[in-house]
Design a binder for this molecule. Structure first.
Ligand code: NAD
Ligand code: TDX
Length: 353
């Protein structure tokens, strides 16, 4: 297959590309604008393959997107490019509207034009939109996990922009017969995750003996999935998913934020020894809550498991331990980010735009 992947220099997109290059004969065109979140190092191995091509382009640029569809003539699109950090969507929602909504609109229009020009592709073509469980809003402590039929109720600028893009994709499927499939996944963690997100932020700050910010009381719950398990599920969704379906993907690993941070502290203590001040748990600092902080996310991934024959490969505890080892062994990667473009300072407290 010829697969156009957007956002392939990002955390999840790069994991998808590594897996596709390693395990299939597919050809990849990686379309990425190389924002602050991009990490070319994450596809350095894949880039050595003659089945991989990179184009620096912005999905908000309709002309550039249309030209890339024409020149590559994809059999499928996996659309991951997005502004992805909730805290940044509080500080500056404009980029989220542009990339996540307008960018998705441009891709949908380009896919329509592509199929009009190549009607023979219509039967096999797929436009796969990669989305988040945050579109469904917040669960109470005793609520059943989200299902594909759960009503949308986004509450942050990020999740509202992803909900809007989900709706656009479905509308293009219904109205223009675009062959679409969607997936909504819970929180990912693993190698090459940008240090703004909870798990890498805590690992890096913990290693450096810095305070570990926990928003509010730390009782908020997220469901965690290793990025490589998500990448496997995404490839199955794109290749085997039924037309028009939404697949929920999750790790069956709900944890409170406080429990996640405490576990990271203990694993770092085990690996690198205690700080001179003692165990790292003493670095935990409760800070002002995130505005509009969703209490809990959890997904029911049973349909995805049954239909696509997918299941997570590791427990959260094992995946987290492996991830900590990865950050210990790849300090150059994150140290360069800290020097060049992100200091690990708090984001998302003061709306400015
Ligand atoms: P990320 O922030 O790590 O990477 C995003 C990538 O998109 C970057 O390489 C960036 O350069 C690129 N990009 C951003 N704006 C662009 C634009 N205008 N044009 C072209 N490229 C652009 O994100 P991620 O964590 O890998 O998430 C990928 C997708 O998965 C997103 O759509 C996100 O909503 C979704 N998702 C993420 C998670 C998670 O836990 N990280 C969970 C569920 C769903
Ligand atoms: O310093 C922190 N302290 C803290 O308590 C940070 C950065 C976060 N948190 C909390 C907020 C959340 O409850 O930890 C939880 C996880 O936060 P993030 O890593 O920012 O992720 P989240 O907001 O849950 O969203 C993530 O998962 C779903 C991704 O960023 C999204 O792209 C994805 O859709």
């Amino acid at each position: 297959m010829k697969i156009l992947i957007t956002g392939g220099l990002g955390f999840i997109g790069s994991a998808v590309i590594r897996r596709l290059i390693d395990t299939t004969n597919d050809e990849i065109l990686n379309l990425d604008a190389q924002t602050y979140a991009a990490s070319p190092e994450a596809v350095a191995g894949a880039a050595m393959s003659n089945r991989y091509r990179f184009e620096k382009a912005d999905i908000t640029d309709q002309t550039a997107v249309a030209q890339l569809f024409e020149s590559f003539a994809p059999d499928a699109v996996m659309h991951l490019a997005a502004e992805s950090h909730v805290d940044r969507s509080i500080d500056g929602p404009g980029e989220f509207i542009q990339t996540n909504i307008i960018g998705t609109f441009n891709l949908l229009q380009a896919a329509r034009a592509h199929l009009d020009a190549h009607p023979e592709l219509r039967q096999s073509f797929r436009f796969h939109h990669v989305s988040t469980d945050e579109v469904f809003g917040a669960l109470g402590p005793d609520d059943a996990p989200f299902k594909a039929s759960t009503a949308y109720s986004p509450r942050s600028p990020y999740s509202a922009s992803k909900a809007a893009s989900d709706h656009l994709v479905r509308a293009w499927g219904e109205t223009f017969n675009l062959p679409i499939v969607l997936s909504n996944c819970s929180n990912n963690y693993g190698a090459f995750q940008f240090p703004e997100k909870l798990i890498p932020l805590t690992i890096i700050r913990g290693l450096r003996g810095e305070s570990l910010p926990v928003y509010g009381t730390g009782e908020n719950v997220r469901d965690w999935l290793l990025v490589d398990d998500h990448a496997r599920a995404l490839i199955k969704t794109m290749k085997q998913g039924s037309l028009g379906q939404t697949y929920l993907i999750g790790g069956d690993s709900e944890r409170t934020n406080l429990a996640v941070v405490e576990t990271i502290c203990d694993l770092l203590d085990e690996r690198t020894g205690l700080l001179t001040s003692g165990p790292r748990r003493s670095l935990i600092t409760f800070v002002a809550d995130r505005p509009g902080h969703d209490l809990r996310y959890a997904v029911d991934a049973s349909v995805t498991k049954e239909e696509l024959g997918w299941t997570p490969s590791v427990s959260f505890e094992q995946g987290l331990a492996d991830t900590i080892d990865w950050y210990l062994n790849n300090q150059e990667w994150w140290q360069r980010i800290l020097e060049e473009r992100y200091s690990t300072a708090r984001l998302g407290t003061e709306p400015t735009k």
